[in-house]
Design a protein around this ligand. Sequence first.
Ligand code: CA
Length: 345
Amino acid sequence: MTCDQAAHAIEDLSQILHSLSQQLAHGRSTIRITRRLPALRRFDIACSSCGSGNRAGARFCQRCGALLNAAPGYGAGHVQSRTLTFTVAARTDTGRVRHQNQDSVYTGVIPLPDGQQAYLCLVADGMGGAAAGEYASRLAADVSRAYLEQESTSHPPATDAAWQALLRDAVRAANRQIYDAARTDAARRGMGTTLTMALLVGDRLHIASVGDSRVYLLNTNGVTDDGAPSAQLTSDHSLVARLVDIGQLTPEQARVHPQRNILYRSIGTDPSVDVDTRSEALEPGDIVLLCSDGLVNHVSDEEIARIALGETDPDCAVMRLVSLANERGGRDNISVVMVRVSGER
Ligand code: CA
């Protein structure tokens, strides 16, 4: 491990420890501290963009999101602009255990000044007692959508970097409002939410994410090392995801880990927030899928890909995914947004 990689790993762990201390300070009592400290492990693949280490088999850099190994038919560069059609389905469900649904989803058109349109999909997974989590996720959705609408109409970005900067600003506007609301209202103290957005503009997909709600890009070309038609474009900002990265947990152990809900990055818990962003090319036949952890706690990546690609109707696919999570216990709120991309190749 290089000094840079060790520094990144220690920085990640210090973020986790800071988050745990904040949660304890806010009265959380369910954090279990064990004597077993995570050992830093030598990483197998170095990212050519940022130099960070990644575990063997990873397709995308866990730090900067860059593609680690280009696969045939899945380039990271720009493609010729063309007209694509997006068919969208969304569903949010309380699940079988919780009494409230603290998830929020949104899908809708963002008008651009030249008569073009962008399409926004969003999932937010709120946390906080009473109705605070529900309020936080709804506020995150409303504030970020309104910010995007206002700015895209008056100053539409022209590049991937500019779209990503706009998404980051939208997420930060939501963070500020929720942070302020949590500080000024005792009933809402400590509330927070994840916020994951996918903005489809022409043949480009722009993503912003904080927390552990995910975006997948699925297609039949096969985009993972083992040929599975699945790629998670977002990093989970959760304790268990980092423990998987440093080899202390397997993905299967992480899925059922009692501390899987602990996030070290979320919206509304700090006055400022780091936002992950990235852009990808879209092709006819692609499926963009957003979901909250209520889905992935019960349904594997392979099952998500098989159902999403196997159904021609996105509504049916979304319904089947939510039903499967409920059949397996529905421990948490379940949200799924799916976009099927069609057009001429
Ligand atoms: Ca959740």
